[in-house]
Design a protein around this ligand. Structure first.
Ligand code: FES
Length: 215
C-alpha cells in the first residue's frame, strides 16, 4: 500500500480510543491502515484492504486474536497471515494470502505506527498524559503558525505557554490529526482549560487556512 518508505513513527491513535476487541481505520500520509487490538490486548496494524475482494479490514470484527473481514469472513492473524476462509473450513489458507503489516508500539498512552522502515523508537512523552484527539481541517504548517511554534524533530509541538504537547499526524490534503497531551499533574480544571486551548488553536489554524490559502 505504501509506496514511500519514510521510516518514521506516526502517532496513530490514543490508547484509550482503541479498546480490546475493536478495529479502527487510521489515516497516514501515505494511505489508510487497519489498526486493531485483540481480545487479549495485543495491537496490530495492517493494510486496510482484504486480499479477497478489497473490503476495508478496519470495518471488520475482532474475534479473539484474529481480525475477520466483514464481507466473507476471511480471518487474519497479527502477522497478517490469512488463517481461515469460512467457505472452505477444512482448507489451510496458503501462505500467499496475507496482508502487509506495520510495526506498532504503544507507550505513554499513545499508539505509534511505523510507516516504512522501522526507526529506532518513538519519542517518549515523560511527564505528560494524553487528553484527547482533534481533527483539524488545516495542514501542520497552519497549526504551527497558529501556535507560534514549530514542531521539533520528533513531531512534537509545545504550546506557547508550555501547557500542551501536541502530536501532529499529517493526513494529507490539509487535514491533520492532533493528539493533545497535558501535564500528568494537571488538575481537572487545568485539563478543561487545556482542552479549550487546543480547540481555540484548531479554530485559529482552520481560519488562517481559509483566509490565506491552506498549507
Ligand atoms: S472481501 Fe474480505 S473476505 Fe471477501
Amino acid at each position: 500500500m505504501h509506496p514511500q518508505t519514510t521510516g518514521r513513527w506516526t502517532p496513530a491513535a490514543l490508547s484509550a480510543d482503541l479498546t480490546a476487541g475493536t478495529a479502527m481505520p487510521v489515516n497516514l500520509a501515505a494511505g489508510t491502515i487497519a489498526l486493531w487490538r485483540s481480545a487479549s490486548g495485543r495491537l496490530s496494524a495492517s493494510d486496510d484492504r482484504c486480499p479477497h475482494r478489497g473490503m476495508r479490514l478496519s470495518h471488520g470484527f475482532v474475534r479473539g486474536e484474529k481480525l475477520s473481514c466483514i464481507y466473507h469472513g476471511w480471518s487474519y492473524g497479527q502477522d497478517g497471515q490469512c488463517l481461515r476462509i469460512p467457505a472452505h473450513p477444512d482448507l489451510t489458507p496458503p501462505k500467499t494470502i496475507r496482508v502487509e503489516t506495520y510495526p506498532v508500539v504503544e507507550q505513554d498512552g499513545v499508539i505509534w505506527v511505523a510507516d516504512g522502515n522501522e526507526p529506532d523508537a518513538p519519542p517518549r512523552l515523560e511527564g505528560f498524559t494524553p487528553l484527547r484527539s482533534l481533527n483539524v481541517h488545516a495542514g501542520i504548517a497552519a497549526i504551527e503558525r497558529a501556535a507560534g511554534a514549530k514542531a521539533d524533530a520528533d513531531g512534537i509541538l509545545k504550546s506557547a505557554g508550555e501547557t500542551l504537547r501536541l502530536l501532529l499526524s499529517d493526513h494529507g490534503n490539509d487535514e491533520t490529526l492532533m493528539h493533545v497531551l497535558v501535564s500528568r499533574e494537571a488538575t481537572p480544571a487545568e485539563r478543561i482549560a487545556a482542552s479549550r486551548e487546543a480547540e481555540a488553536l484548531r479554530r485559529k489554524a482552520e481560519a488562517a487556512g481559509i483566509e490565506g490559502g491552506k498549507s
